[in-house]
Write a protein that binds this ligand. Structure first.
Ligand code: HEM
Length: 124
C-alpha cells in the first residue's frame, strides 16, 4: 500500500519551517515563554521528530525517546486552559503562514486541538 500520509503532503522541509516558526511565536508569547527554555533548539528538534510520526511519517521521536506519553511529559509544566489556547494560536498562525493545502492544514489543526486540550493539567 502506498497511501499518502499527511506527513507526505506537508513534506519534511515545510514541517521543519512550520516548527521553527511556531517556536519563534512561542518565545514571543507572554503566556508561554515563561514555561519554555530560553534556547528552543532542542525543543524544536524533538517537536519535528514528534510531528513527523504524529502525521504518519517515520517514528523518529519514539526511536530516540521511547513512547511519547505526552501528557506525562507535560506534567512538570503548569498547562492552563489559557496556555493551551495560546499554544494553539501560535500553531494556527504558523500554519497560516505555510504553503500547504488548506484541507491538510485543517486536518492537522483539528488533531492538535484535541491533543492540546488533553495536555491541560491545572486551572488558571
Ligand atoms: C515539550 C508546553 C502542547 C508536544 C514541551 C515543553 C513545554 C511544553 C514547556 C518542554 C520544553 C523543553 O523543555 O524542551 C506545552 C504547552 C502546551 C503543549 C503549554 C499547550 C497545550 C503540546 C502538544 C503537543 C506537544 C499539543 C503535540 C504536538 C511536545 C513535545 C515535547 C514538548 C513532543 C518534547 C517532549 C520531550 O522532552 O521529549 N511542551 N506543550 N505539546 N511538547 Fe508541549
Amino acid at each position: 500500500e502506498n497511501k499518502q500520509t499527511p506527513f507526505d503532503m506537508i513534506g519534511e522541509e515545510t514541517l521543519s519551517e512550520l516548527v521553527d516558526r511556531f517556536y519563534e511565536l512561542v518565545s514571543d508569547d507572554p503566556n508561554l515563554s515563561p514555561i519554555f527554555p530560553d534556547d528552543l533548539t532542542e525543543t524544536a528538534r524533538k517537536q519535528k521528530q514528534f510531528l513527523t510520526q504524529f502525521l504518519g511519517g517515520p517514528s523518529l521521536y519514539s526511536r530516540e525517546h521511547g513512547h511519547p506519553m505526552l501528557r506525562a511529559r507535560h506534567m512538570p509544566f503548569p498547562i492552563t486552559p489559557t496556555r493551551a489556547e495560546s499554544w494553539l494560536n501560535c500553531m494556527k498562525s504558523a500554519l497560516d503562514e505555510t504553503d500547504v493545502d488548506l484541507a491538510v492544514k485543517e486536518y492537522i489543526f483539528e488533531r492538535l486541538t484535541y491533543t492540546a486540550k488533553h495536555m491541560i493539567n491545572t486551572n488558571e
